[in-house]
Design a protein around this ligand. Structure first.
Ligand code: ADP
Length: 609
C-alpha cells in the first residue's frame, strides 16, 4: 500500500512546515472575520465543548496510528523483504491488524462524537434564530424575501457549522498530521527533510493568492443562493397565479435566469478551488524530485536503508492529504464567514418593540382604548401611514374605521397590537401608555379577527384553542357554538379532530372566519380588533359571520376596520380615515347628514350598486 502511494509522495515533498504555512492560509482570511465568526458563534458550541475536546483528542490520535502503521511497513521492507527472512512477519502482521482495528475504532468514535456535537449546535443555533425571527420586527420580516430568510435558516446555518465545529476539528486533524508526519520526516533523515522544504516559499505565495480569491467568490455564492431560494419560494407560493396566466414556461425561464447567476458564482469558486491542487502538485513535484535525487545519493553512501527511503516517501504522501484539505478548509472558512454575516444580520436585528425594563402587568382591564396624537411611518417608507391620529373608544363600545384602501386603517390595529410603536403620540389601554405594559399582558387583553383567517395545519380543535392552548373541550365547544361553528365542525368527517389542511384549505372562507370568531370567544378578551372580517366572503357567507360577530362584540370594546359601510352602520361611532388622517367622525346618521367624506363614500357605493 504505502509502496503504491510512494509516487504521490514525490509531489508532497514540502514536508512539515506546511503546517504553519497552511495554518497561515486560514488566517489569511481577513483576521477580523475569522475571529469574529468564532467569537460570534462559539456560545452556541460552548455547551458541547466536552464532546468537542474528546473529538479533538481522537482526531489527534488518528495520525499517530497511521504513522505507526507506515512504520511497520518500513520494518517489513528492512527486516522481512530485504533479508528475505520470514521470522518477524507474524508479529508484524498481528501488529498491523491491531493498529488497523484501533484506527477504525478511533475513526468511528470521532465521527459519532463530532456528529453529535455538530447536530446539536445546528439545532441550537437554528432554533435561536427562528425564535428571534418570530419575536422580531414584523415589518422587517415582511420586507425580507421569505425564501432568502429560509435559506439563512437552513443552508447558511449549515455553512457556519461546517467551520465553527467540523472545520476546526478537521483543521486540528490536518495540523496534527502535518506535525506528526513532518516530525517523522526529520527523525528519519533531517537532511532529506530540510531539502523537502526548498519549495515552501512558493507554497506560501500560492496559498495567499488562493485565499484572497476564494473569499469574494464565497460571499457572492451565498448571496446568490439566497436569492435563488427566494425566487423559487415566491413562484411556488403563487403557483395558482402562474398557472392561471399560463406563466409556467416564463417563470421557469426566469428561474433558470436567476439560477445562471448562482451557477456563475459557483463556477467561479470551483475554478479557483480546482486550479489550486494542480499548482500545489507542481510545487510539490519539484520538492519531491529533489528528495529522490538526494535520497538516491544517500542510499548509495549507505546512510539510508531502502525501507527508510520508502517510508520517507510514504510519509510525504501522507502530507499531501492535509495540504489539500487545508486549502479546501480555506474555502469553508470563507463560506462560513459569508454565511455568518447573513445569519448574524438576522440575529442582531432589534425587535421593533420590546418590554421596557419597568413594564407592568395589567391583570384586569375595562377596555378603554385611546390613540393620542399618533404619527407612524413604516420603516423604509417615505410618508407616514398615520398622521396625528387621536381616537377614544369607551369600554364596551364599537368604533368603526372606514376609508379607502391604503388610508391607514389596518395600521391603527397594528399599533394597538403593539406590533410597532408610534413615532409620536401615545397608544393607551385603560389610560396606561401601552409602552409601559408588558407585551404579553397587553396582548392577552386583545383578540383579533383578521381579513383572511390564517390556520396552521392542525385540527379544528387546535385552531380554536390557538389563543388558549389549555382550554377544555367543553370551553372549546361552547366557543364554537357561540361562533356558529359547532354545526359544521361536528359534521366534518372527524368532528373537532378533523385536520384543516395547510392554511385551512379544506374549509370555506366563511367557516375559517367562524373558527377565528370561536378563537376570539375562547380568548374572552375585553378588547376586540376586527380587520375587514367579512371581506372576501360572498353575501351568504358574510351573513353567517355577521351574527356571531355581533354576539362577540357585545360587552367588548371593538375596533372594526372595514370598507363595508353596512358593517360599519351600527357601530357606536365611525371614524373616516383618508391619507393617514381622521377626516370625519360621528354616528352613521350624523355623518350621512353632514355631506362630507362619509356621505361621499355612501354616494359612491350607491352609484356602484
Ligand atoms: P388600509 O388598511 O387603510 O388599507 P394600511 O394601514 O394597510 O391601509 O396602509 C397604510 C399605508 O401604509 C399604505 O400606504 C401602505 O402602503 C403602507 N403600508 C402598509 N403596510 C406597510 C408595511 N409593512 N411596510 C411599509 N408600508 C406599509
Amino acid at each position: 500500500m504505502a509502496a503504491i502511494d510512494a509516487p504521490t509522495g514525490l509531489r508532497t515533498a514540502v514536508a512539515g512546515r506546511l503546517g504553519r504555512r497552511e495554518g497561515g492560509l486560514v488566517e489569511a482570511a481577513p483576521e477580523r472575520t475569522v475571529r469574529w465568526l468564532v467569537r460570534r458563534f462559539w456560545p452556541y458550541a460552548r455547551p458541547y465543548r466536552r464532546a468537542l475536546a474528546g473529538s479533538l483528542l481522537l482526531v489527534a490520535l488518528a495520525p499517530a496510528l497511521e504513522a505507526a502503521r507506515l512504520w511497520l511497513f518500513k520494518l517489513v521492507v528492512d527486516d522481512v523483504l530485504v533479508p528475505a527472512d520470514f521470522g518477524p512477519f507474524v508479529w508484524l502482521a498481528v501488529a498491523y491488524v491491531g493498529l488497523t482495528l484501533a484506527a477504525g475504532l478511533v475513526g468511528f468514535l470521532d465521527e459519532v462524537v463530532s456528529g453529535w456535537a455538530g447536530e446539536r449546535f445546528l439545532l441550537g443555533l437554528r432554533t435561536d434564530l427562528f425564535g428571534r425571527l418570530l419575536r422580531g420586527s414584523l415589518s422587517s420580516l415582511e420586507r425580507r424575501r421569505l425564501g432568502d430568510t429560509l435559506q439563512r435558516l437552513t443552508g447558511d446555518v449549515d455553512a457556519i457549522e461546517a467551520f465553527v465545529l467540523s472545520g476546526w476539528a478537521t483543521a486540528v486533524a490536518y495540523v496534527v498530521e502535518l506535525l506528526v508526519f513532518g516530525g517523522l520526516l526529520f527523525l528519519l533523515d533531517w537532511r532529506l527533510a530540510l531539502v523537502s522544504l526548498v519549495v515552501a516559499p512558493a507554497f506560501g505565495l500560492l496559498a495567499r493568492s488562493f485565499s484572497r480569491r476564494i473569499r469574494e467568490a464565497s460571499r457572492e455564492r451565498r448571496r446568490q443562493g439566497g436569492s435563488l431560494a427566494a425566487a423559487a419560494e415566491e413562484r411556488l407560493a403563487n403557483a395558482l397565479l402562474v398557472q392561471a396566466y399560463a406563466g409556467e414556461e416564463r417563470e421557469t425561464r426566469r428561474f433558470h435566469g436567476e439560477g445562471i447567476a448562482c451557477l456563475q458564482a459557483q463556477l467561479r469558486a470551483i475554478r479557483i478551488r480546482a486550479g489550486f491542487p494542480a499548482a500545489v502538485e507542481l510545487v510539490e513535484l519539484a520538492g519531491g524530485l529533489t528528495v529522490i535525487a538526494l535520497g538516491t545519493y544517500e542510499l548509495s553512501r549507505g546512510r539510508l536503508s531502502l525501507g527508510s527511503l520508502l517510508v520517507f516517501l510514504a510519509y510525504l504522501a501522507q502530507l499531501y492529504g492535509p495540504v489539500r484539505g487545508l486549502s479546501r478548509l480555506a474555502a469553508t472558512v470563507h463560506a462560513a464567514a459569508a454565511a455568518g454575516e447573513r445569519v448574524a444580520e438576522l440575529l442582531d436585528e432589534r425587535p421593533a418593540v420590546a418590554d421596557a425594563p419597568d413594564a407592568r402587568r395589567l391583570d384586569r382591564v375595562d377596555g378603554l382604548v385611546e390613540l393620542d396624537g399618533v404619527t407612524y411611518t413604516y420603516p423604509g417608507a417615505d410618508a407616514p401611514a398615520l398622521r396625528d391620529v387621536s381616537l377614544r373608544v369607551e369600554p364596551g363600545r364599537t368604533l368603526a374605521i372606514v376609508g379607502p384602501s391604503g388610508a391607514g386603517k389596518s395600521t391603527v390595529l397594528r399599533l394597538l397590537l403593539r406590533l410597532a410603536d408610534p413615532d409620536a403620540g401615545v397608544v393607551r389601554l385603560d389610560g396606561e401608555d401601552a409602552r409601559g405594559i408588558e407585551l404579553a399582558s397587553l396582548r392577552s387583553h386583545l383578540a383579533v379577527v383578521l381579513q383572511e383567517t390564517l390556520l396552521f395545519d392542525g385540527t379544528v380543535r387546535e385552531a380554536i384553542a390557538y389563543g388558549r392552548p389549555d382550554a377544555t373541550d367543553e370551553e372549546i365547544r361552547a366557543a364554537a357554538r357561540l361562533a356558529d361553528a359547532d354545526g359544521f365542525a361536528t359534521a366534518l368527517p372527524g368532528g373537532y379532530e378533523t385536520r384543516v389542511g395547510q392554511r385551512g384549505r379544506s374549509l370555506s372562507g366563511g367557516q375559517r372566519q367562524r373558527l377565528a370568531i370561536a378563537r376570539a370567544f375562547l380568548r374572552d378578551a375585553p378588547v376586540l380588533l376586527l380587520d375587514e372580517p367579512t371581506a372576501g366572503l360572498d353575501n351568504a357567507s358574510a351573513a353567517h359571520v355577521l351574527g356571531p360577530l355581533r354576539r362577540l362584540r357585545a360587552g367588548r370594546t371593538t375596533i372594526l376596520v372595514t370598507h363595508d359601510l353596512d358593517a360599519a352602520r351600527d357601530a357606536d361611532a365611525i371614524a373616516v380615515v383618508e391619507g393617514g388622517r381622521i377626516v370625519e367622525r360621528g354616528t352613521h346618521a350624523e355623518l350621512a347628514a353632514a355631506g362630507g367624506a362619509y356621505a361621499r363614500l355612501l354616494a359612491a357605493r350607491g352609484a356602484a350598486a
